[in-house]
Ligand binder design. Sequence first.
Ligand code: ZN
Length: 343
Amino acid sequence: MTWRVLAIALLAVVLSTSLLAQNPKIEISLPTDNDALFRGGGPDFYQYIERDFQGEKSTPWEGGRYGFVRNPVPTAQGLIYTRFHEGIDIRCLHRDARGEPLDDVRVIADGKVVHTNQVPGYSNYGRYIVIEHDWDGSPYYSLYGHLSEIAVSVGQRVNRGERIACMGHTGEGLNQARAHVHLELNLIFNRNFESWHDRNFRDPNYNGIYNGINLAGLDIARFFLEHEKRPDLSVPQFLAEEETFYKVIVPDSPHFDLRKFYPWMVKNVSANAKSWEVSFARSGVPLQIEARSEPVSQPTLSYVKKSAIDCAYLTRGELAGRGDHAHLTENGMRLMQLLTWPE
Ligand SMILES: [Zn+2]
């Protein structure tokens, strides 16, 4: 190798690493062979659900999408879908002679295995895997549920596209016909989740801090579609497009992990903040954090988007009441306490 070639090679390395540091591009791909999401989604991509609406049975694929897609309730404003689905249900493509699913499940991005639940009865997700992704210094967690077999173990590094499991139908309310992988992309609330859980619930928590309650799933289908159009898209940019539905002020605390994990959420950095106002989407995903100079002694609802429909139907149970009567429910209050737990 001549000096000139060596110099050019070195320059290339320096350039590519500095580019990476400035613009850490996320590389993601779907977890199975099913890529119908990029051809309009619909029944080819989403696993249908079994619905019984006022005695009328149906199998709508729409129930496999992300968002408020389940449990319709008639209101004066029309039919409202009240039950939230935190991820997407991707249909099975390959089955053996007995009808068992064979689809390989692959990791959607480079990362590290942080949790595997091998006992179906320990979670509604059945057998599931959580993988941590470090994107621009913030932790994100992809979750793969209802697996039949898990092929990785905790601590293992995995590369995008690597096989991690086989599709199955483990977990709550599933059968062989409805085999699918449930996929989420999450933010995490608090490292002290376990003590919060033990204080508030009687049933044991088998899944540590990777219990679904401690994870907030963003709109992963929309993220895949937007990312396809704009490969430079970051999660902060993506979440900036989400609408704020309510805001809650929480006391200042050294355990307010959200602020440390996702510093880009903090709008005004302040050394003497007495409390923090957190903006949430309808989904319960936190969007923005604002320092405040006045203290609060407990989580306090400070804003709710105006709507004629009861907030109990529009949120995941964090709020109830209409208009000026909207308030944090007992569940909502508990969840907000998790943000700064144990204080
Ligand atoms: Zn699902």
